[in-house]
Design a protein. Structure first.
Length: 461
């Protein structure tokens, strides 16, 4: 028989199965009669306090963490809709039973727990006391080190656990609600722009959605969509997939998705209202995946209700940070010196306007915690937008912020072909466009801000 002291050498799935069998454990039993799902436990026993309540439950799920505390062991299981903490105590189970579990079971394995008590910890977390455990399905080889370590990264094709699974669920929910709103509520038609298979090299949504060259999403997708407006498609959208480069760890390229909407007749205020509705409905849809809405850096409830967002001026906020008005600055060298005085290196910027935007990226953007439309961008930095009706130097364009991060833009489309030719130095346009507005939302970035996940470029699928 394999002893516990020798189990640290168990690595391959074959070794693991032999170890289970040597202890008389069937690693793949025929069935396990579950009492209820984990989310039902949270709903039905939400009143339980530190005194606890005796109960009889049979619960199952995927192991996402193992945390030894002395001779005891805390285990977290997760199923499709929720997770729950379990406690294996030496006061209930024998040392041998806990030791066998901690040595044989690892992250992503499926197990069943027989529970006889529920209680709330001092941290306020609902926890289930285990009096018996059943192995349901070991899924792979042991990682190096102890069993509480995450599985090898080479498992990316075998399953998605923990935060990665929440990301996938959030993404599915977001796409569903976006399509529902656009098509059922606003009458949009989904179209597919004829695009090559492109890899996204720029790493931030701010970079991706700006620049005199228009950058890929705006210059290519929005041009195609606005051309459709000419032919009578007055409300169109496309969900464009962009691939990020393969990571240094050798993981496959990720597919990030960007929503593009064009509407005619419309202008920036119409697209800002649409952005409020869409972001609010996405927030409401993924609410169940938020770990703790009270800990989010913005008012999650206000976002769900679609309350009016703040409107802030980029030029005005930069002036607050620097004490200088960049609209009336005449020297690039002077602009760079002003930037340096507030700790921003702007030597790479080629225009005064670019310096102002760079200062905003460093000092202003992180402060925009509540849902905010940042307006008053220099026209030279976004020539696809129409000139602001109150200032010839500004564009009718807004960037969308939540929690200190930018996830999209809204703007009035420049529909005068002469202006586009002047600003972009492109060949003369053969047609003008109807009065139109455009909205661009980086779906994965929005979800990373809403659900409290990591930067999408670092997601570990």
């Amino acid at each position: 028989m394999t002893t516990l002291s020798k189990l640290t050498s168990v690595r391959t799935l074959s070794d693991r199965l032999h170890a289970f069998e040597s202890y008389g454990i069937n690693p793949y039993p025929h069935a396990f009669e579950r009492s209820c799902a984990l989310i039902d436990v949270h709903q039905d026993y939400s009143y339980v306090d530190a005194q606890g309540e005796e109960t009889t439950l049979r619960l199952m799920g995927r192991v996402t963490s193992l945390r030894p505390v002395g001779r005891n062991l805390y285990v977290r299981l997760e199923d499709r809709d929720a997770s729950l903490q379990f406690f294996l105590s030496v006061n209930v189970l024998a040392d041998y039973e806990i030791g066998t579990f901690s040595q044989l079971v690892q992250s992503l394995d499926w197990v069943g727990f027989h529970v006889n008590r529920l209680y709330q910890t001092t941290e306020g977390e609902l926890t289930a006391m285990v009096h018996h455990w059943t192995m349901l399905a070991p899924v792979g080889e042991m990682p190096r080190g102890d069993a509480s370590m995450p599985p090898p990264r080479s498992w990316h094709g075998l399953g998605i656990a923990g935060q990665s699974r929440r990301r996938a669920m959030a993404h599915s929910k977001a796409l569903r609600v976006l399509r529902r709103d656009l098509e059922d509520e606003y009458g949009f038609l989904e179209v597919k722009a004829p695009l090559p298979d492109l890899t996204l090299q720029r790493r931030t949504v701010s970079d991706m959605m700006s620049g005199p060259a228009g950058s890929y999403p705006n210059a290519t997708v929005d041009t195609y969509l606005t051309d459709l407006l000419v032919g009578g498609f007055e409300a169109v959208y496309d969900v464009v997939s962009l691939k990020t480069p393969m990571s240094d760890a050798g993981l496959p390229a990720l597919s990030e998705q960007v929503l593009h909407c064009c509407l005619a007749p419309a202008e920036i205020t119409d697209m800002m209202s649409l952005a409020e509705r869409l972001a609010g409905d996405v927030a409401d849809e993924v609410r169940s995946l938020v770990v703790n809405a009270d800990d989010m850096p913005f008012d999650f409830k206000a976002l769900q209700l679609g309350l009016n967002w703040r409107r802030q001026s980029l030029i005005g906020l930069v002036q607050v940070e620097t004490g200088r008005d960049f609209l009336h600055m005449h020297s690039l060298q002077q602009a760079a010196e002003v930037a340096r005085s507030v700790g921003v290196d702007a030597q790479h910027c080629e225009t005064i306007e670019a310096v102002a935007v760079h200062i905003a990226e460093q000092l202003v953007y992180p402060q925009l915690r509540e849902p905010t439309f940042l307006v008053d961008f220099p026209l030279t930095e976004f020539p696809h937008a129409k000139q602001d009706r109150h200032s010839t130097a500004l564009a009718e364009m807004a960037r969308l912020f939540i929690g200190g991060g930018c996830f999209g833009i809204a703007y009035t489309v420049q529909n005068d072909p002469r202006r586009l030719h002047e600003s972009l130095k492109e060949a003369a346009m053969t047609h003008g466009l109807p009065p139109a507005g455009a909205l661009c939302i980086h779906i994965d970035q929005l979800l990373s801000l809403l659900v409290g996940l990591d930067d999408p470029c670092e997601w570990d699928f």
